[in-house]
Each structure stands twice: as C-alpha cells, then as structure tokens.
Design a protein around this ligand. Structure first.
Ligand SMILES: Cc1cc2nc3c(=O)[nH]c(=O)nc-3n(C[C@H](O)[C@H](O)[C@H](O)COP(=O)(O)OP(=O)(O)OC[C@H]3O[C@@H](n4cnc5c(N)ncnc54)[C@H](O)[C@@H]3O)c2cc1C
Length: 415
C-alpha cells in the first residue's frame, strides 16, 4: 500500500486530537503533518482559573511538540494558502501536498468590528478570549475593590457559550472569598435569550437560575452597538450601561486563509454533521471553524447551529481520524458523529455542573443538567489534564473512562 500524506491544520484541541489519533491508527509508511503558527498549545478551558488565581499561565500551556505522539511532523509556521484544486497547503517556506486535509483553525477574534471596542480594550476593558487579555483581567480583578463588572458577549456565534455564565459564578466566589461581594455588581450582557442556548431551553433556564441565586444580573437580548471608552459606557440597542471593568468576548470570524480558499461561506465552513466532510474531496473541517446546522430552528427560517466548544472539536476529531484511517487501510467500516457532548459549568466554591446529552435531536437539543458538585469539578480538572497530557497512556485511560461513562455514544456506525 502506497503511503498517504495527511495534513492537519491547527494544533488546538481539534488538531491535536486528530493528529494523535491518526498516528495511533496508521503505520509509519503514512505521513502525518501538523501545522500551527503558534509553538504552544493553550488550554483555554482553564483560562478563567488563571484570571481568578487558581492556575498560573504556565500551567495552562505547553509546547505543541510535547503533546504529540512520536512520528508526527510539526511545522511551526503560519498557513498562507490552502489550494483545494491542487491539494496543497503553503507556508512562508514550504508547499506541502496532501492526500487528506483536516482543517481545525479555530476562530479569528475581531474587536475592531465594534466601534470603540479597540479603544476600550486599551483602558478598562479586557478581552479574556486571548492570553494577554486573560493576564490583564487577572491583574484588573486583583485591584478591583468596588463597582460594576460587566461580562459582555459582543456578537453571536462565539466559542464556549458556557464561559460568560460560569465566569460570573466564579467572580461571585472570588469576591465572596475576598469579603467584598456586596460592593461588586456582576452583570452579564448578551444577545442570547438564555444562557447556553445551544443546549436547549431547559438547561438555559437552570443555568440562569444558578446565576440569579449568585446575585448575577443576566441581561438577555442586548445587541451591542458600540463602546465609549472615555465614558466607560456600552451602547446596546436597548440603551446604555456603565461599567468600571468590562470583560469582553469579541466578535468571531473564520480566519482569512479559509475564506480565501473558498472553504468558508462566507463566515464559517459548512460540513456534513455526521462525517465533517466539506464540499471538497478529502477535506474535513472540525471544531470552532465548522458550521453544523441542527435539525431545529430558533424561529421560522433560522436554523439552530451546533455550539462551538473544545468538547465538540474533540469528538469530531475522533470521528474524522477513524474514518480517514479506515479508508486508507481499505476497511469498510465508517462512523458518524452522533452529536453527543457535555459542557461543564464551573459554579464556584469548588463545584461544577454539567450539561450533557444529544445535540442533533429535534426540535431542540436534548440535554440534562447535573447540579454542581465537587465530583463534577474534579471531572473538569481531569479533562484539563487530558488536553495538556504528554502521556498517551493517560489519554487512553481517560478515553476508556469516558466510554464507560456513556461518551462512547459520541459516534455511531454507518450502516
Ligand atoms: C475563555 C475560554 C474558556 C473556554 N472553556 C471551554 C471549556 O470549558 N470547555 C470546552 O469544551 N471549550 C472551552 N473553550 C472553547 C475551546 O477552547 C475551543 O472551542 C477549542 O479550542 C476549539 O478547538 P479548535 O481546534 O477548533 O480551535 P483552536 O483550539 O482555537 O485551535 C486553532 C489553532 O489554529 C491555529 N491557527 C489559526 N490560523 C492559523 C494560520 N493561518 N496558520 C497557522 N495556524 C493557525 C491557532 O494558532 C490555533 O492553535 C473555551 C474558550 C475560551 C476562550
């Protein structure tokens, strides 16, 4: 059998899982190449813990090369061009041909799309979706003694719809422990109707209830227009709101390189929800950059979309790796992603809840919410360890445990 070349773009959650799974399944005659402009993998699912002091920045990142199985070639370069017609990928120094391409390039953060937001980010606002902003937010919180903090979702869709909500719960814990909770107003402002809309209305209602019990003000359906950095004021469609500290999730877009390749239409890359195949032969797309329509609708004519999150990227990566490996090895079996996933919701005070279930059900995703407990917080920590683990044995044990816990159902056999 002639050796094949599989190129994986992006060494975030989706790319790392794909490359490692493929290496496990395929012999050395097949080449696996991973490309990322960053030398380090950052586990953003632990970023909020850095802000509240439970982790250091060093604890949530690792060199990509240390997270890879032996026998994966890693190129630390920016991808400049993807050429589906000629099956090549270009960086500044290389042109690489591929037989299979897996795109997991995540999102590009675009604060400049909101008038005034870039100026605000130079003052009392922090973009906590990037590492510099995480450090700025940590320091700003350290010095914060009194006033109003607003956690703001600038636009939809955004990755990890849990993040703004669990951040508010972690801030409740943080200021309670510092003995100044009564002096700090915590607000969340978002265009969404309910927290974690992609999980269905039941889970959204429960998470909103948790926030209300923690004294967090949840401002739904607030469409951001602009920010006035001099006045510390946000302009929404519904009026203005003042802040002393603004914690921002900026607008997201697909990276330019996939738009130029004709993969994105025009914002995200549409894929088949089971196979993660794009419209191009042998190109798969997973993770945040993929657009997966769900069977239900928000309102007439507006389809629900699968949420963007590390857990989805993780399970999609496994499906894609299994199918590519089976095809290369001449095996008939194929699997498809079944929409199973789970999202931890950090609740503060050492506890986490869990929204888990099936996201491809109609008319809305069918998820249940497990109430916050110390055991679930520990489970989230184990997931953090998985994504930052240098040991394939540890990852194998975690896979086994997840399978026993019901997560084997993330895929189903194609008949
Ligand atoms: C604060 C925060 C908290 C979160 N918490 C959770 C959580 O608790 N649970 C959860 O499941 N998810 C969480 N997420 C979301 C999770 O981090 C993402 O959904 C996940 O990383 C998506 O994986 P991905 O592979 O699609 O993209 P990413 O992990 O973003 O990886 C994309 C990679 O592509 C690289 N890249 C992009 N463009 C280029 C280019 N042109 N050339 C070369 N390289 C390029 C980037 O450097 C990056 O390494 C959180 C995110 C944030 C910001």
């Amino acid at each position: 059998m002639a050796g094949k070349i599989i190129v994986v773009l992006g060494a975030g959650v989706g790319g790392l899982v794909t490359a490692n799974e493929l290496r496990r399944k395929l012999g050395e005659e097949h080449k696996i190449i991973l490309i990322d402009k960053s030398k380090e993998h950052v586990s953003y699912s632990s970023a909020l813990w850095v802000i509240t002091g439970a982790r250091t920045i060093e604890e949530i990142k690792k060199p990509v090369s240390r997270l890879l199985q032996n026998g994966i070639e890693f190129f630390n370069e920016e991808i400049q061009k993807i050429d589906p017609a000629n099956k090549t990928v270009k960086t500044a120094t290389k042109e690489i041909s591929y037989d299979y391409l897996v795109v997991s390039l995540g999102v590009s953060l675009e604060p400049e799309n909101i008038p005034g937001l870039t100026d605000a980010l130079k003052k009392n606002a922090c973009n906590f979706y990037d590492l510099n902003g995480v450090l700025k937010a940590r320091d700003a919180l350290n010095n914060f003694t009194k006033g109003t903090i607003i956690i703001m979702v600038s636009a939809l869709p955004y990755k990890c719809p849990v993040a703004p909500n669990e951040f508010s719960l972690l801030l409740n814990d943080y200021f309670t422990k510092r003995g100044i909770r009564k002096d700090v107003k915590i607000k969340v402002c978002t265009p969404e109707v309910l927290p974690m809309g992609g999980n269905g209305p039941k889970t959204g209602g429960i998470v909103k209830g948790l926030m209300e019990s923690a004294g967090v003000e949840y401002n739904s359906q607030h469409i951001l227009q602009s920010v006035n950095a001099d006045r510390n004021e946000i302009v929404f469609d519904k009026g203005t709101m003042s802040y002393d500290l603004l914690l921002v999730i900026p607008p997201h877009k697909a990276p330019k390189v996939v738009v130029e390749a004709g993969l994105a239409e025009p914002d995200w890359i549409p894929v088949d929800k089971g196979t993660l195949k794009t419209k191009f032969d042998n190109i798969y797309t997973i993770g945040d950059i993929a657009k997966i329509k769900l069977p239900g609708e928000w309102k007439q004519g507006v389809p629900l979309m699968l949420s963007k999150g590390g857990v989805f990227a993780h399970f999609e990566a496994k499906v894609v790796a299994e199918n590519i490996a089976n095809e290369i090895l001449g095996r008939k079996e194929r699997v498809e992603y079944a929409g199973r996933a789970a999202c931890f919701v950090e609740a503060g005070f050492g506890k986490a809840g869990l929204a888990q279930g099936y996201f491809f059900t109609a008319p809305t995703p069918d998820t249940v919410f497990l109430q916050p407990s110390k055991l679930l917080h520990f489970s989230k920590v184990m997931f953090e360890k998985y994504w930052l683990s240098e040991s394939s044995l540890f990852r194998g044990i975690m896979d086994f445990i997840m399978e026993k816990w019901g997560y084997g159902e993330y895929k189903r056999k194609v008949k």
